[in-house]
Design a protein around this ligand. Structure first.
Ligand code: RIB
Length: 302
């Protein structure tokens, strides 16, 4: 089994699905509430485990009931939870999510223990990182923590996938992108990383070129329902077609993509094959509500 180490955030998602997402100052009545495990790191760990990976998740949760529930869920998915710290000083992260009738969402996160995930926590997982086929990070934990993971992966010759979500508010350290094997922003994140306003395939390719120039080996810019573009340092330029589905909730679609892509890449598939596998996983996830409850199994992805 492909060994994947995911380092990142764990949240509890409190979601209301309603006709529309309220504007500032507006109240929208008539939604349906659900609570489920989420967090970009945890979602990617679960996505990778369900897609067939042997996953170790490195994270911090609070020493509270939400954290315990989250860990039990990871265990049910067969994830190694031995590197998850129960933080005595900070609560488990919570995300407030609103989803509209078209499946689009808006998310606010109280990071809690996620922002205490430290470079030392990553070092405590260095054995797992050195023995991994792929290491995966996102940006819901401190940047120095992500940098330490990238450094340990690079020193061990392990491919490092950076899902730069949520969009960074400041430029990422140049050294981080140089240590990154694969970066996979969506339109907003690609714009934040490169300064290119990404609105279509042409601008997505322009952003991807900038990411290659910054030192990544493979840049994949996702375009939601329009698919994705892929550019690699060996000169390949490809478009990845979308899968048409009836979307009910796009929460964790990007995480489904990244987790499945990591497994496929670790199994030796080409980036194009891995992207196709990941696109199928993400397409399934948007047809179901919630973050982790929506993530598909290997059998479902096919
Ligand atoms: O990517 C979706 C995730 O973003 C949600 O599960 C929420 O917890 C936020 O981290």
């Amino acid at each position: 089994m492909a060994k994947i180490v995911v380092i990142g955030s764990a949240n509890t998602d409190m979601t209301i699905r309603a006709e529309k997402i309220p504007a500032p100052g507006e109240t929208v009545v008539g939604g349906v509430f659900a609570s489920a495990p989420g967090g970009k790191g945890a979602n990617q760990a679960v996505a990778a485990a369900r897609a067939g990976g042997d996953v170790t998740f490195v994270a911090r949760v609070g020493a509270d009931s939400l954290g315990e529930e989250a860990i039990k869920g990871y265990e049910r998915d067969g994830i190694d939870v031995g590197k998850i710290v129960r933080d005595p000083a900070n609560a488990t992260g919570v995300a407030l999510i609103m989803v509209d009738a078209s499946g689009q969402n808006s998310i606010s996160v109280a990071s809690g223990a996620n922002f205490a995930l430290s470079p030392e926590d990553v070092e405590a997982a260095s054995d797992a990182i050195q023995g991994a086929d792929v290491v995966v990070c996102q940006l819901e934990t401190p940047i120095p923590t992500v940098e330490r993971a990238a450094r340990l992966a690079a020193d061990a010759g392990v491919p490092f996938i950076l899902d730069p979500a949520p969009a960074p508010s400041a430029p990422l350290p140049e050294s981080l992108l140089k240590l990154t094997t694969v970066v996979k922003p969506n339109e907003l994140e690609a714009s934040a990383l490169t300064g290119v306003a990404v609105t279509d395939e042409a601008s997505a390719f322009a952003a991807a070129e900038k990411l290659l120039a910054a030192g990544v080996k493979l840049a994949i810019v996702t375009l939601g329902a329009a698919g994705a573009v892929m550019a690699s340092s060996d000169g390949k330029r490809l478009t990845c077609p979308p899968r048409r589905v009836n979307a009910v909730d796009s929460t964790a679609a990007g995480d489904a993509w990244t987790g499945a892509f990591a497994v496929a890449l670790a199994e030796g598939k080409t980036p194009e094959e891995a992207a196709d596998f990941a696109t199928k996983a993400a397409a399934i996830s948007v047809t179901r509500p919630g973050a982790q409850p929506s993530l598909p199994t290997r059998a479902e992805i096919g």
